[in-house]
Design a protein around this ligand. Sequence first.
Ligand code: GCU
Length: 331
Amino acid sequence: MKRAACLALCALLLLCGCGWGAEEQNVPLLILRYADNQPLDYPTTKAAEYFAQLVEERTQGKICVRLYCNGELGDEVRVFEQIQFGGIDLARFSLGTMSDTCPQFEVLALPFLYDDAEHMWRVLDGSIGERFLTSTRQAGVIGLSWFDAGSRSFYTREPIYSLDDLKGLTIRVQESALMTRMVELLGARYVQIPYNDVYSALQTAKIDGAENNWPSYAATGHYQAARYYLLDGHSRLPEMQVMSTEALDKIAAIDEDYVTIIRQCARECAAYERELWLQAEEDAEELVRDYGCVVTTLTGEQLEEFRQAVEPMYEEYSEEQRALIQEIRDS
Ligand code: GCU
C-alpha cells in the first residue's frame, strides 16, 4: 500500500513538473481568448496561432492564448463590443467594420486611396500607422499591429463587366457606413450583412453580389455561388490586431515585462501574416480561376469611372481630415 501511494505521489510530482506552485508547474496564470472570423488555415488565423505560440514560449507558459475562428465568438461588430468590455481579450478586425466604432479610421480605408500595397505599407509602417494604432485608446482598446488584407473587388451571381452593370444590383456590404456609402455612390443597392452570413445570402439570392479580396472570396466558398469577379480593386482595408485594456492590465499584473513581450509578439506575427498573405492571394486566384470563375480586368478608363464615382466621399470630411488624407496620399 505504502509503495503504491509513494509511486502515485511520484507520478503526480512528475505530472506537475516537480513543483507545487503554479509558477513552477508551467500552468498558465492567464488564458486569453482571441477571436477571428476567418477559418483556420487562413493567413490571419495562422498568424494568430503563431502569436499564441510566441506568447506561450516567451512567458514560459504563464500566458496562454486560445484561438476561436470562423466567427465562433460572434461577428466583428459584436466582438469589438466585447473587447471594449473585456469579455474577449484579443481579436483581429477589418478596418471596414472597425470604422463605425472608430470613425477616425475611415480616412485609412477610403476607396482608391493607395496607389498600391507598397504605398499602404509606407503609411501604416510609418508615423501615421503608429498614430492610428494608439488612437484606438479613444474606443477603450489597444491597437497592437497591422495585418494585410489586399485589395477588394466586386463579385456577383450574374455576369458583370463594368460599372454600369453594377447599377441597381443588391450588394452585400460590411456593417460599415464607409463601405455603404461607397456602394451607394457606385449606383448599387446595399445590404449590411456580417461576413459569416454572406455565403447563404448569395446562395439564396438574397443578394446579387458582394466584394472582397481574393483569399476571402476563395476561403468562404463565395466563388462557387458568385462566379463573376470584377477586378476593380476599389478598396484596401487593412486589418488590426487589437487587445482589451482589461487583458493588458491582467498581463501587467503578472509581470510588467510581459506587456512589452506581448506587443513584440503581435508585431512579429503581423510580419508573418504579411508574408503568408502574398502567397494566399496567388493561391486563391489560381483556385477560383481553375474553378471556372470569370475574372474581368478593367481598362484604365473604366477604372477611372469607378474612381470618379466615389470621389464625393473625399469631400465629406472636415478640413483637418482632408489634410490627413492628403498626407496619406503624398506618402
Ligand atoms: C475580410 C476580412 C474580414 C471581414 C470581411 C468582410 O475577409 O478579413 O475580417 O469581416 O472581409 O467583408 O466582412
